[in-house]
Design a protein around this ligand. Structure first.
Ligand SMILES: NC(=O)c1ccc[n+]([C@@H]2O[C@H](COP(=O)([O-])OP(=O)(O)OC[C@H]3O[C@@H](n4cnc5c(N)ncnc54)[C@H](OP(=O)(O)O)[C@@H]3O)[C@@H](O)[C@H]2O)c1
Length: 178
């Protein structure tokens, strides 16, 4: 069985980016960046939307990129192995799971979070809340207010634990399917 972990960093008002081409490395803490590197190290595959992939290209990581611009599961670049376009509207989930055995890290953006939430595939989730307020931007999920996330996931059968991970007050919340 594949293990799915969703991880994102956000502002206190629940935005994962200030605008759709924002680079979170400009505002996330060093502590969150180390946490993310550890998750990347511990999960063989990553899944993300096309925008997030294009903002963070990487030739060596194993990635599946959601895009409606593809009608077949195919390599993004014939010179880069283990990076595929996948269109969940058209392709079978068993084909996704045939590509990435073992563990998958879900890395955004909003509609990718929505997809995994509503398909009930998430096993664990990490939310890093940075002590910032953006007032507007790209939300973590389309249909859940950020302030409702903890009760929502508890209702879905997750436990949650939180800790402050630095002097600035960055909070890390860890959800696990019970
Ligand atoms: N703070 C964080 O932890 C974090 C994490 C991830 C991303 N981000 C930031 O969030 C922003 C991007 O997020 P975003 O939500 O605007 O875009 P995104 O999810 O990265 O990419 C959107 C694109 O992905 C494809 N896609 C998404 N869901 C799909 C689905 N269910 N089926 C088929 N294709 C799907 C579509 O590609 P096509 O147009 O090709 O059809 C869509 O246009 C960036 O600023 C990024 O840096 C932040």
């Amino acid at each position: 069985m594949i293990n799915y972990t969703l991880a994102f960093a956000c502002s206190q008002d629940g935005f994962i980016a200030r605008h759709s081409r924002d680079n979170p490395f400009e505002w996330t803490s060093k502590d969150d960046q180390i946490h993310l590197q550890n998750l990347i190290k511990n999960n063989e595959w990553q899944v993300m939307g096309r925008t997030t992939h294009e903002l963070n290209p990487n030739k060596t990581r194993k990635r599946i990129i959601f895009s409606r611009g593809t009608d077949e599961i195919k390599l993004i670049n014939p010179n880069i192995k283990n990076q595929y376009y996948f269109n969940p509207d058209l392709h079978q989930w068993e084909d996704f799971e045939r590509l990435c055995k073992d563990s998958v890290l879900i890395l955004g953006g909003t509609k990718v979070h929505d997809f995994f939430l509503y398909s009930k595939l998430i096993d664990s989730m990490y939310i890093t809340v940075e002590p910032l307020n953006f007032k507007e931007g790209v939300p973590a999920f389309s249909y859940i207010n950020f302030s409702d996330i903890i009760p929502f996931f508890k209702e879905q059968g997750f436990s949650s634990q939180e800790e402050i991970i630095n002097d600035k007050g960055t909070k890390l919340i860890n959800f696990k399917k019970i």
